[in-house]
Design a protein around this ligand. Sequence first.
Ligand code: ZN
Length: 287
Amino acid sequence: MTETFDALTRLVGAGDVVVLSGAGLSTESGIPDYRGPSGAARRHTPMTYQAFTRDPVARRRYWARSHLGWRMIARAAPNAGHRAVARLQRAGLLGGIITQNVDGLHTAAGATGVIELHGRLDEVTCLDCGNLTSREELDRRLTEANPGFDAHVAHVNPDGDVDLPDEAVARFRTVDCGICGTGLLKPDVVFFGETVPPARVAQCFAVVERARTVLVLGSSLTVMSGRRFVIRAAKLGIPVAIVNQGPTRGDGHAALTLDAPLGAVLTSLADRVAAGAAAAGVQPAGV
Ligand SMILES: [Zn+2]
């Protein structure tokens, strides 16, 4: 553990690190990682893009549950792990931050230029006119359209997802785009069965290819969406370091793996290397 941590500090201390973060980084903010050790089993099958766009009943169920559940996500605050990543960036040690998380917590912790691979939950897009609006604005409109709806919640899960009786879902009224008037609204996140916009993927590959080290934080790398960047780095001979609780599907590509709570490890890491970077006069990258 100590030897592995020392090796990690050497890699990160050398700079040009690209962070790839996943749900495990946000568990200490109260947002469970379904696949990690603390995650409860997924209670609902995830919404697919196909069901959301083609099935009005599935869409209404999604918005009804999400209307009640998203406020918990919105209240989540960045944790020590997010703050440590922001410190590493301020110390000039990072070449980029790519996150699979849709919670916006890297940016809330002070990080800049974060590439949000799967989008953001606090923005809403219109599938017809393409306009982006804020989730807060949609929340206000859904509350107006559904007075007293909160009373129907049967059970709130730790991640803010909720169980709702079918009759409550049936009464829920969704709203359409407030700009074009008729378009379907969808949270600006990448659903299962949907592809990440190609330009965003290309941007991630470009960032990874310039890295001296790729640092995976709190991702089991289960989905190819994130794992492909680790595979690309390994092919190019760029060392991959993985800090995660539990094994990952990228372990075979990793130069080192550290199985430990992220907030504590990343705080120690930032304490160690950010001070060293300041003493050595490392300039922040990209400014
Ligand atoms: Zn629209």
